[in-house]
Write a protein that binds this ligand. Structure first.
Ligand code: 2AM
Length: 514
């Protein structure tokens, strides 16, 4: 048998898998590859030979046994296969691949699930594999196809000691940011692998922590995208702006504190002409049907927020907004039957309204991130992790879909105060909301008056106002619960934890003077 020569193995050669392999090869690693369908492996190796200078370091295998034996020990095998498991008891392709690998592995070998698996399944898999002597990692990979190829944000969760084995490769292939500014390096645009800077990866925690944080990243991505769409909708509906005109606004926003990957691609999308229009006059975005798909990570984030009792209403609103968009036929019928406001005033002061929308977007974005970080803070108690929010925000700065200038500020906030209770209480963000809130309220009230939906702006504002309210109407709510269900209540004039009950209707209760 030949001496094992590969540094790492990868199973699952769909686009993300292929691109991660090429990324590793670019950084000098020898990679063994295997795919269930051998023809895909052959095609990939052929493509590598033609297109990729580093392809000599990629070795294809038709047999799983040969693949495993070609990797240096302790073996590192990453797989990117479609995962469907949601409940801890669900079994899917990830389990099938693990089952095939198990008899071929040796104790101490490290297997890494790089797909978007549910953290519950990752916790279960780690529990099953640890007693057998295998080190199992769930590592979220964010950044889409381009990220995988040239530098993703990587969120690994698993055994801390085994992380040392994985770290050099993960740090090499991850996106890198400038340590001074937090801005991602983009050398890959010049065809050069990125080698300098702070890598966008860190050991997130044990078992499912990496997949959990990746899921919350996606939940934040949902709301980030929805907020941008609401800004677009308001400019389009209230100000009658064209896609091209809005593109200029987004480009300007991208030069300030809203600077982010999602605003950048929005700028690009909005200036794109429709390739189906021979005259080249129509905007691309106007030709796209207004129904959004989803794969589930936003829903998982919101469902988990409900399970843990964390008020992540804006994040959930982003999921519901996609659901509402999906019932296009119903909306078309309803648009002819249900009336909007009667007295819509003509909007004046275009420049001022655009500025207000920008502020509303920024303030809502702060709330959305506050909710995401609150959720992670609760999850670490629930699942026994110890999360470092400064480091998590730090690895979101580059590579991933939510990368933004703003994340440097979040990194700073949690580095300064690792126990920060809520992002909105950090001096920088507190000041930003204070500055923007008048405009934020103006946008939300104008939208309500004019009948333009902006659910994420609105629910983020409700979250903000709710969070800063020392008194909420839950006194009445708890009274109702005590009335119909004897659920008891606490009193404002008694210590917390002392519960009271009234026998409703209480004959001794003072009567109202009517
Ligand atoms: P395939 O090319 O043989 O379909 C994304 O779908 C990747 O997951 C593909 O590489 C696919 O392999 C792989 N995949 C899906 N289900 C799998 C399974 N049960 N076992 C192994 N690989 C699987």
């Amino acid at each position: 048998m030949a001496t094992p020569a590969s540094d790492i193995g990868l199973i699952g050669l769909a686009v993300m898998g292929q691109n991660l392999v090429l990324n590793m090869a670019d950084h000098g690693y020898t990679v063994s590859v295997y795919n269930r369908t051998t023809a895909t492996t052959d095609d990939f190796i052929a493509r590598c030979k033609e297109e990729e200078p580093s392809a000599e370091r990629v070795i294809g295998f038709a047999e799983l046994k040969d693949f495993v034996q070609s990797i240096k020990r302790p073996r590192k095998i990453v797989f990117l296969v479609q995962s469907k498991a949601v409940l801890p008891t669900d079994r899917d392709a990830v389990d099938a691949v693990i089952a095939q690998l198990e008899p071929l592995l040796d104790k101490g070998d490290i297997i890494i699930d790089g797909g978007n698996s549910n953290w519950n399944a990752t916790i279960r898999r780690e529990k099953e594999l640890a007693p057998k002597g295998f080190k199992f990692f769930g590592s979220g990979v964010s950044g889409g196809e381009l990220g995988a190829r040239f530098g993703p944000s990587l969120m690994p969760g698993g055994d801390k000691a085994a992380w040392k084995e994985l770290k050099p490769i993960w740090e090499a292939i991850a996106a890198k940011v400038d340590p001074k500014t937090g801005k991602p390096f983009e050398d890959y645009k010049k065809g050069v692998p990125i080698t300098k800077g702070v890598p966008c990866t860190t050991h997130i925690g044990s078992d499912g922590a990496g997949h959990y944080v990746k899921m919350v990243h996606n939940g934040i991505e949902y709301i980030d995208m929805q907020l941008i769409c609401e800004a677009y909708q308001l400019m389009k509906t209230l100000l009658g702006m064209s896609a091209g005109e809005m593109s200029k606004v987004f480009a300007e926003w991208n030069s300030g504190e809203l600077d982010s990957f999602l605003i950048e691609i929005t700028t690009d999308i909005l200036q794109q002409k429709d390739p189906a229009d021979k005259k080249g006059k129509k905007w691309f975005v106007d030709g796209v049907l207004d129904t959004a798909g989803q794969k589930g990570t936003g829903k998982w984030t919101s469902a988990n927020a409900l399970d843990l009792g964390i008020p992540a209403n804006a994040m959930a609103e982003a999921v519901f907004a996609r659901c509402l968009s999906a019932i296009k036929d119903e909306r078309v019928v309803a648009s002819k039957k249900l009336k909007g406001p009667k007295d819509t005033k003509k909007i004046t002061g275009k420049k001022k309204l655009i500025e207000a929308i920008r502020d509303a977007l920024y303030c809502s974005k702060i709330c959305a991130y506050a909710q995401g970080f609150q959720l992670m803070a609760e999850a670490q108690n629930e699942y026994n992790w110890k999360l470092d929010f400064g480091k998590i925000a730090g690895i979101f700065r580059g590579g991933c879909i939510i990368r933004a200038r703003f994340l440097q500020k979040i990194t700073d906030a949690y580095t300064k105060d690792p126990k920060l209770q809520n992002l909105m209480l950090d001096p920088y963000f507190k000041k930003a909301i204070n500055k923007g809130q008048t405009n934020w309220r103006k946008v939300v009230s104008t939208a309500a008056e004019q009948g333009v939906p902006c659910p994420a702006f609105m629910s983020a504002l409700s979250y903000y106002d709710g969070y800063r309210s020392a008194v909420l109407p839950a006194n009445l709510l708890q009274s109702q619960r005590d009335y119909f269900g004897a659920h008891t209540y606490e009193r404002v004039d008694k210590p917390r934890g002392k519960f009271f009950h009234v026998d409703w209707p209480d004959p001794k209760r003072p009567q109202l003077n009517m």
